[in-house]
Write a protein that binds this ligand. Structure first.
Ligand code: ADP
Length: 262
C-alpha cells in the first residue's frame, strides 16, 4: 500500500500547480498585449507615409501636374513616402526573420576597425550633408580581431552610425571606439555629441517602434525598428547591448563581441 499523502502535502502541491498556471497565463496575456501593441504601432507607422503619398498624388491629379513649378517637387515628395514604406517593409522582414531564427548566424574572424572603415565609407555622404565628422577613437586604431557574423555586425554598426548622423547636431562628431573588456570580449561603442536621450526613455529605447521624441523622430524619417534590429542581432550572438546618454551632451551605444583569433 502506497503511503497516503497528508492534507498539507496535497494542498502544497495544488498551490504550486496553481502558481505555475498563473505564471503561464500572465505570460500569455503579456504576449497578447505585445501583439496588440505591435499591430497598433504598425498601423500608425504605415498611415503616415501612405497619407503623404496619397496627398501629393491627389494634388497632382487635381491640376498641379500642369504646374511645372511644383510638379517635380510633389513627385519627389511622394517618392520619399514610398521610400519610407519600402524601408519599413525591409525592416519588418528582417525583424521577423531574426525572430523566427530563420537567418543563421555565420561567424568568422575579422578586424573590427576594417568593418568600421567600410561603414564610414558607406555613410560618408550622409555625414557630409550634415557636416559631421566620422572618427575612430584615439588609442583604439590598432587592429582588433573579433569572431562574429560580419554582415550582421556591419548592419548593427550601420544602424548605430546612421542614428548618430540622423539625431546628431550639424557640425558634430561621431566616434567609434573599442575596449578590451576581459580576456575573451571586446566592447564596441558608437558615440555622438548630439541632443542625448532623457533617462526615462533609456530602458525602452531598444523596443520595436519606441521613440524618445515621437514627432522629431518621424520628421527625421526612421522606422522605429533600427535599435530593435541591433538588439536582436547582438543577442543572437549571445552578447549584450548597452546605451548611455545625457540630455544636451550626447549618446553612446555599445555592444560586446567575442574576441577572435588574430
Ligand atoms: P528610428 O527609426 O526612429 O531612428 P531606432 O530604433 O533606430 O528608430 O531608434 C529609436 C529611438 O531612439 C529614436 O526614435 C530616437 O528617439 C532615439 N535615438 C536613437 N539613437 C539616437 C541617438 N544617437 N541620439 C538621440 N536619440 C537617439
Amino acid at each position: 500500500i502506497l503511503p497516503q499523502k497528508s492534507i498539507d502535502e496535497v494542498s502544497q502541491e495544488v498551490r504550486r500547480w496553481a502558481l505555475e498556471q498563473r505564471g503561464e497565463i500572465e505570460l500569455l496575456q503579456k504576449n497578447e498585449q505585445f501583439r496588440k501593441e505591435f499591430l497598433m504601432n504598425l498601423a500608425h507607422e504605415l498611415r503616415t507615409p501612405i497619407f503623404t503619398v496619397q496627398g501629393y498624388v491627389h494634388t497632382l491629379l487635381n491640376g498641379a501636374i500642369d504646374d511645372a513649378s511644383v510638379n517635380r517637387k510633389f513627385l519627389s515628395n511622394a517618392t520619399k513616402g514610398i521610400q519610407r514604406l519600402v524601408q519599413l517593409a525591409d525592416d519588418l522582414d528582417q525583424i521577423s526573420k531574426l525572430e523566427s531564427g530563420k537567418i543563421p548566424i555565420i561567424q568568422e574572424s575579422f578586424v573590427v576597425q576594417e568593418l568600421i572603415r567600410d561603414v564610414y565609407e558607406e555613410l560618408m555622404l550622409k555625414a557630409r550633408e550634415r557636416n559631421i565628422t566620422l572618427q575612430i577613437k584615439k588609442g583604439t586604431e590598432s587592429p582588433i580581431t573579433v569572431y562574429a557574423d560580419k554582415q550582421k555586425i556591419k548592419q548593427v554598426m550601420v544602424n548605430l552610425v546612421e542614428n548618430a548622423l540622423k539625431y546628431g547636431n550639424d557640425g558634430g562628431t561621431v566616434t567609434a571606439g573599442f575596449y578590451q573588456m576581459d580576456e575573451g570580449h571586446v566592447y564596441v561603442e558608437v558615440s555622438d555629441d548630439g541632443p542625448g536621450i532623457a533617462e526615462q526613455h533609456l530602458p525602452r529605447i531598444f523596443e520595436r517602434f519606441y521613440r524618445a521624441d515621437r514627432s522629431r523622430s518621424r520628421e527625421i524619417g526612421g522606422t522605429g525598428l533600427g535599435l530593435a534590429i541591433v538588439k536582436h542581432i547582438v543577442e543572437a550572438h549571445g552578447q549584450t547591448v548597452n546605451v548611455r546618454s545625457k540630455l544636451g551632451v550626447g549618446s553612446s551605444f555599445g555592444f560586446t563581441l567575442d574576441k577572435g583569433k588574430s
